[in-house]
Design a protein around this ligand. Structure first.
Ligand code: 13P
Ligand code: SF4
Length: 334
């Protein structure tokens, strides 16, 4: 029998560690039962494990998940993703209970930036507005004018007056890519995603040589040398659409490999090759944070309605403004 401590590893909840997950429990059946009884919605990002993706009520990219969180009438949002995503759901839904299976599901990119740091940068560049990638905490969102995701960033930046000075945080790789496609000269915060930074151009070039018919598709969080050789660049949902709709039968995928689960379902006859990383001892490009969530933790999280996301009201209201601005400026973005 697995104890809750083993299943959750890190949940710092009083009185929680003595409880046990009954042996032989059917996690899927139990989760389905609780979902109905508690009027809960399970939202999952494409980087979650396959079993979590399969049980979710809604699976999507960051923009789709934010919209789903904004639109739901469920009483409890069970967010299978990372902390900044669950926190955004709470910012949009102050009266609902928002839970995250593992509170330590963080993000290296979000961790690279603080609200105070961003405010200081803005003071150095008077007249600038701050556009932040949704991969940031509430403090950063509160210091931002507009939030964007990789699905709507180009549209939103293009909608701003050409002479407007912009600070973009926290992802320098996405920011550099956006500067290139929009022709802007945004000032970039120096942050990056550890998963996308790990891809090896040299090893990907080798994969391209070995699979001459494969197209390289990449998430814009990847570094410039990888993006330069990519056939297509897009958010997780755009990469998924591309694999389904492009005539090619083979793809090298430069993003977190959880997306391949849904790609296989939607394009079962295509050859999908995860791009290689610099670490030759490990061919995986898994996000350590995303993968902290497990079915066991999801079960416990729904059963005990913990760990719960809380946010101080003044901060929530400030952060909400920049998220609402995003939703308003990207209504037409799929
Ligand atoms: P999207 O799903 O919006 O492309 O974001 C990817 C990501 O980095 C999530 O952490
Ligand atoms: Fe953060 Fe990168 Fe993991 Fe996404 S994949 S949650 S950006 S560390």
């Amino acid at each position: 029998m697995q104890t809750i401590e083993q299943a959750t590893q890190t949940l710092p909840i009083k009185g929680y560690l003595n409880m046990e997950i009954p042996a032989g429990i059917d996690l899927v059946a139990e989760i389905n039962k609780m979902r109905k009884e508690k009027n809960a919605i399970i939202l999952a990002h494409y980087y979650q494990t396959g079993d979590i993706q399969d049980i979710a009520d809604f699976l999507g990219d960051s923009l789709q998940l934010a919209r789903a969180a904004a639109d739901t009438d469920a009483d409890m949002i069970v967010f299978c993703g990372v902390h900044f995503m669950a926190e955004a759901a709470k910012i949009l839904n102050p009266t609902k209970k928002v839970v995250l299976p593992d509170m330590l599901a963080g993000c290296s990119l979000a961790d690279s930036c603080t609200g105070e740091g961003l405010r200081a940068l803005r003071e150095q560049h008077p007249g600038s507005i701050v556009v932040s990638y949704i991969n940031c905490d509430a403090g950063v969102k509160a210091e931002s004018d507009i939030i964007v995701t990789s699905s709507n960033a180009e549209t939103i930046i293009n909608s701003l007056p050409p002479e407007q000075k912009i600070i973009f945080a926290p992802d320098k790789n996405l920011g550099r890519y956006l500067n290139q496609v929009t022709g802007r000269k945004m000032i970039l915060w120096d942050g990056a995603c550890m998963v996308h930074e790990a891809f090896s151009l040299e090893r990907i070039a080798q994969q391209m040589a070995e699979n001459p018919n494969a197209k390289l598709i990449a998430h814009p969080e990847s570094e410039e040398p990888v993006l330069q050789v990519a056939d297509f660049i897009g958010s997780t949902s755009r990469l998924l659409d591309y694999v389904q709709n492009d005539e090619s039968q083979e793809f090298i995928i430069a993003t977190e490999e959880g997306i391949i689960h849904e790609m296989r379902k939607l394009a079962p006859h295509k050859k999908l090759i995860p791009a290689l990383t610099q670490d030759e001892s490990c061919n995986c490009s898994e996000c350590f944070y995303m993968k902290r969530n497990t079915m066991e933790k999801l079960y416990l999280c729904m059963k005990y309605e913990l760990p719960e996301i809380h946010i101080e009201e003044e901060l929530r209201v400030k952060a909400l403004k920049s998220i609402n601005k995003m939703l308003e400026l990207s209504v037409k973005v799929k």
